[in-house]
Design a protein around this ligand. Structure first.
Ligand SMILES: C[S@@+](CC[C@H](N)C(=O)[O-])C[C@H]1O[C@@H](n2cnc3c(N)ncnc32)[C@H](O)[C@@H]1O
Length: 283
C-alpha cells in the first residue's frame, strides 16, 4: 500500500504534467475528500498507508482534474459566505469576488435601515449563492432567486432545502427582471458578462462551466443592460441595484444608468483593486 505522501507526490507530478495550476493543492483536496478527513490532518500523517480502493478512486479523480474539470465539481461542493453549496455542471462555481458583492448588499441593507423585512431579488441566481447568503444573513428578508436555466434553478432550490432556507424564499424560472414581481429594496446580480468573442480562449476549467453563465453577448453587457433597463420599475424608491461585472465594464455600465433615475452611481473596486462592482440607488 502506498503512503499518502507518496500518492500526493505522484499525483502532483501528474497534474503538473497536464498543465494544471496549483497541482499539489488540488491533489491534497482530492485525497482528503476520499479519505473523509481534512487536509491538515492528512498532511500531518504523511506515512499513513492508503487502501487499494482509495488509490483507484484517487486515480479516477486525478484523471478528471487533469482533463480540466473544476475542483468544486469533483468535490461536489463549494464554500461561499460560510455556507457549503452543492455545485455541479448545472451552475457556475461561486467565486470569492461574489462574496464581496454579498458584503456590499449586506452593507446597503444595514445602512439603509431596511433591516426589517427587505425584499431582495438575486437575478441569475445560479447555485443560489447570493440569494442564500442574504437569506441566511437576514432571516426576515423576502428573497427571490430568479434564473433562466432550469438546471441551475433546481440546484439553487436543492441548496435552499439543504440549508433549511427554502420555506422563506421564492424561486422563479424567468429571464427578465420585469417578470420577477417586486417592488424590491435591492436587486443584486452577477450576470454573465464575458464577451462572446473572448469565451473560446478561456481556460478549460472555465469552459466546463455553463455557457449561459458566462456569455454576456457581443460586448459582455447584454444581460446587464437588460437588468439596468428593467430595474427602475422593479425597485422601490431608495432601493439599490448592485452588479458584479468584468473589470473594464464598470464605466460603460455607469453610462447606462440615467442620472434622472439613479443617484450615488459608482463603480466599486474588489479586494484585488479591480473595478468590479456597480452600485446605484433609485431616486
Ligand atoms: C455568472 S452566473 C452567476 C451565478 C450566481 N449568481 C453566482 O454568483 O455564482 C450568471 C447566471 O445567470 C443566469 N442567466 C443568464 N442569463 C439570464 C437571464 N436572461 N435571465 C436569468 N438568468 C440568466 C445563468 O444561467 C447563470 O446561472
Amino acid at each position: 500500500m502506498p503512503t499518502t505522501k507518496a500518492l500526493l507526490t505522484k499525483g502532483a507530478e501528474r497534474l503538473e504534467a497536464a498543465g494544471i495550476s496549483e497541482a499539489a493543492l488540488n491533489c491534497a483536496w482530492l485525497l482528503a475528500h476520499l479519505l473523509k478527513t481534512d487536509r491538515l490532518s492528512m498532511l500531518a500523517d504523511g506515512g499513513a498507508l492508503v487502501p487499494a480502493g482509495i488509490v483507484a478512486d484517487f486515480e479516477k479523480l486525478l484523471s478528471r482534474k487533469a482533463e480540466g474539470e473544476p475542483l468544486a465539481y469533483i468535490l461536489g461542493s463549494q464554500p461561499f459566505c460560510g455556507l457549503s453549496l452543492k455545485v455541479d455542471h448545472r451552475v457556475l462555481v461561486p467565486r470569492p469576488e461574489t462574496e464581496e458583492l454579498v458584503g456590499l448588499a449586506v452593507d446597503f441593507i444595514l445602512k439603509s435601515r431596511r433591516g426589517g423585512a427587505p425584499a431582495i431579488l438575486d437575478f441569475g441566481a445560479g447555485s443560489g449563492a447570493i440569494a442564500l447568503a442574504l437569506a441566511r444573513r437576514f432571516p426576515a428578508a423576502a428573497v427571490t432567486a430568479a434564473e433562466k436555466s432550469r438546471g441551475a434553478l433546481a440546484c439553487a432550490e436543492e441548496n435552499a432545502r439543504a440549508l433549511d432556507l427554502a420555506g422563506r424564499m421564492k424561486f422563479l424560472k424567468i429571464s427578465s427582471v420585469s417578470d420577477c414581481g417586486g417592488p424590491f429594496d435591492l436587486i443584486v446580480s452577477n450576470p454573465p458578462y464575458i464577451p462572446t468573442g473572448v469565451i473560446a480562449g478561456l481556460d478549460k476549467e472555465v469552459l466546463s462551466e455553463p455557457r449561459l453563465a458566462l456569455d454576456g453577448g457581443a460586448d459582455g453587457l447584454v444581460v446587464a443592460r437588460e437588468i439596468i433597463a428593467a430595474a427602475p420599475t422593479a425597485l422601490k424608491k431608495g432601493g439599490a441595484l448592485l452588479l458584479e461585472l468584468g473589470d473594464t465594464q464598470g464605466p460603460l455600465a455607469l453610462k447606462l444608468l440615467d442620472e434622472k433615475v439613479w443617484k450615488e452611481r459608482q463603480v466599486i473596486k474588489d479586494l484585488n483593486g479591480k473595478q468590479r462592482f456597480v452600485k446605484a440607488i433609485k431616486k
